[in-house]
Design a protein around this ligand. Structure first.
Ligand SMILES: Cc1ncc(COP(=O)(O)O)c(C=O)c1O
Length: 373
């Protein structure tokens, strides 16, 4: 079967019955993999495309390689990502990663020159917090709001945002516990103070619907290797009217364009990542993010009900509409040993973080619960 036809028929089968998606991710048949918040297994479709590309790079000829390294493919990837977040393709730039995107935003806003401050919180990604800590050491006014019971209390945020705030930066879905911030309230607060909102959506894109316009998001970034189903590849969204005005381009190279969000691009993209994303985004769109999110709900709800009852209190707020739930462990070493024996893959550094994607079924959740018994 031709590659495109195989992907379309797999995605249609998964859309009709999500358990069909399991066949597209062979890893899921070998281990109980509930760890997409760390990295998504690759599908047979993305792998097949990348293998064809690698074959072309190994054996040539030029025409075979050109099938994968071309502007049309990149344009389609940008269009598909834009559609995923309700942006326009001109609002999307490629970046190597989430954190590169966040750095481009911090640099481009000229925060210190304007005597401004940045507000973030401790549910943001550790690498980003390290970034802000280093910037604070360099003299930037950085305000880190503490969570209350693993959620953001708007009153705490309101207390530190002022007219000098230039940027509020959050992980819209926190990697710590899957908490989904009240993004509209935060963007309203930012805008009321003349500030902008940056959202890290690596734990959300591909898993939960995103609408940058309705949510009032000014800047957004993510990598593709989690719920976007693979590829060391990333995206930066910059609201059209902020491009080159509020957000200056500070780094330039062969891919920097005079207009559009690609003005923030510098170098040749990872074509391998782009080839992977070209397949993955088609697959995600063909199933539909609504459907993907709905599939995750009963799995997460069951974990949220059963694990606390089994002695693992949750740190994920009830009703959080993400694909991630986290639990505390009294004896992490014992839990790790149980998961190892049962071949269950979840994150157990700190808390136990469980995450589900298209290939997971309730049987995976059964196995995780049985492993802990
Ligand atoms: C919320 C969040 N942001 C960022 C990252 C990683 O960012 P990058 O794409 O720069 O590797 C992770 C990885 O776990 C994450 O959970």
């Amino acid at each position: 079967m031709k590659r495109g036809t195989a992907l379309a028929s797999s995605a249609a089968a998964a859309r009709a019955d999500m358990s069909a998606a399991r066949a597209d991710f062979p890893w899921a048949g070998k281990q109980t993999y509930l760890n997409t918040a760390t990295e998504h297994p690759l599908s047979v479709h993305t792998t097949r495309a990348m293998e064809e590309y690698l074959h072309a790079l190994t054996h040539g000829p030029d025409a075979a390689r050109d099938k994968f390294e071309n502007g049309r493919l990149m344009k389609e990837v940008k269009e598909m990502f834009a559609r995923l977040i309700n942006a326009t393709p001109g609002e999307i730039g490629f970046t190597p990663s989430t954190q590169t995107g966040e750095n481009i935003v911090i640099e481009g806003l000229d925060i210190e020159a304007a005597g401004g401050n940045v507000v973030t919180n401790d549910l943001h990604y550790g690498g980003s917090l390290l970034n802000y800590e280093n910037r604070r050491k360099g003299g930037m006014d950085v305000r880190v709001v503490k969570h209350r019971d693993y959620q953001m209390d708007m009153r705490d945020l309101e207390r530190v945002v002022d007219k000098k705030t230039k940027l509020i930066a959050i992980a819209l879905v926190s990697n710590v516990n899957g908490y989904v911030h009240d993004v509209k309230a935060i963007s309203d607060l930012a805008h009321a103070h003349g500030a902008y909102l940056y959202c890290d959506v690596i734990q959300m894109a591909g898993a939960t619907p995103i609408d940058v316009k309705a949510m009032g998001i000014d800047f957004l970034a993510c990598s593709a290797y989690k719920f976007l189903q693979g590829g060391r590849f990333g995206y930066l969204y910059v609201r059209e009217d902020l491009q080159g005005t509020a957000l200056k381009a500070k780094l330039f190279g062969g891919r920097s364009t005079p207009t559009g969000a690609s003005r923030y691009e510098i170098s040749t993209v990872s074509h391998l990542g782009c080839v992977c994303q070209h397949q993955a985004l088609q697959y995600i769109h063909a199933i539909g993010v609504d459907k993907i999110a709905a599939h995750a709900r009963p799995l997460i709800d069951r974990l949220m009900k059963e694990l606390p009852a089994a002695g693992y209190p949750t740190i994920t707020p009830k009703g959080s509409p993400s694909s991630i739930a986290s639990f505390q462990m009294k004896d992490a070493a014992a839990v790790r040993a149980k998961f190892k024996a049962a071949n269950v893959i979840v994150t157990t550094g700190g808390n136990m973080r469980v995450s589900v994607s298209v290939f997971n079924t309730m049987a995976d959740v059964d196995r995780l619960i049985a492993a802990l018994a």
